[in-house]
Design a protein around this ligand. Sequence first.
Ligand code: TRP
Length: 454
Amino acid sequence: MNQNSRDGFSSRFGVFAAVIGSAVGLGNIWRFPYMAGENGGAAFLIIYFAFILIIGIPAMLSEFIIGRRGQSDSYGSFKQLVPKKPWYLVGLMGILAAFVILTFYSTITGWTLEYVVLAVKDVFSSTAAIQDPKQVFEHFHTQAARPLIWQLTTITIAALVVLFGVRKGIEGSAKILMPMLCVFLVILAVKSLTLPGSVEGMKFLFKPDFSKLNSSVLLAALGQAVFSLSVATGVLITYGSYIKKEVNMSRTAFSVSIADTFLAVLAGIAIFPAVYSFGMQPDQGPGLVFVVLPGIFQQMTGGVYFALLFFILVAVAGITSIISLLEAVVAPLVERFKLKRIVATSIAAGLACALGAFTTLSFGPLKHVKLFNKSLFDVSDFFASNILLPLGAFFLLVFLGWFYDIKQTKDELSNQGRLKLQLFPVFVFIIRFIAPTGILLVFLKGLGVFSFFG
Ligand code: TRP
């Protein structure tokens, strides 16, 4: 994408496609539904919307501003804007976050590849002997080697792409991939809504029961909001450095966030009516979509073909995210530590595989290993999504709000005064007060939950 905007692809759309390509992924299709399912449905959804608006969008915009002003990656941009201050540490924290996400994101992307194969084997067909999707899912995890091989496969593909730099074609594919994903989700949602008893699922997703709200729901919603918008890994700072000076970044941040949220809700509408129609529970954790979607495919004419295409799409969306996460780790190793690209890529990919193996096995043989009363998967996901990312967003906002010249921020955001920024005072108020306090409160409450569990 870097090249895209330089090549002068219609630049506004080029940026939009690149950022949406990073934002939309398993976070929307897999993580959002199970988080909403575990955290009370509609009440979670409302809080999630609020956090997207007051924290996610401002944080995304902050990254764009820092990147376009600093004309470098996250580390370099901070060095450029405030040379003598340790703000570049925020950049380093983002790299760590990207790495941790890589370890568990590759687990789930691996699952989607298994499901492509299952679809080819006709497991979800309406005519073949119908298999219980839950059993299929559990059986898969008892065969420790298979999930591991799939994880290795996803990371290897990503590593090859990062090494040989065929990124352009892949990122260009976001322009085809995202609309297709959207169409598929609409069809799934319609099918799900026409299943008997689906109304209960819609109630779960849209009729809030605020008695279900508590500090862990708030922290989960915050984590999901920052995770889904790809905030705080530094990736958006790098993208920001490629945004042309005439692009209206506020508009980009808004439209990307709305599209991302729309796709997540669409995934929710595909999932929850079916959950209730099949008499399942919404709070079954990370396996949710892998158990529910096959059930829908089994009810569709031509469901196998549909399943096949759908899982291919999701797998590609997952792999493109892995490429971008891996790149976020590899690029600084190459640029700052002067490692050879092949060495840096091997180290990052190798470590991600090694650590990620524990995450993957935590659904099978290592199921009973617990840390802080959580599975190894939940621990790494919690650490990245609910600790590193919110903290990263906090520092980004506080940096721009309090430690960087607000006139410079205004200059950058308004394209050197060419755009009228009526909402600028609102933005400043949010990044100075509302968003940082919000994050801190939710975060500290959430840590209370942490010690409560521990
Ligand atoms: N937003 C991505 C998703 O929803 C996950 C993600 C978080 C990501 N940070 C990222 C992807 C950085 C690429 C780069 O699936």
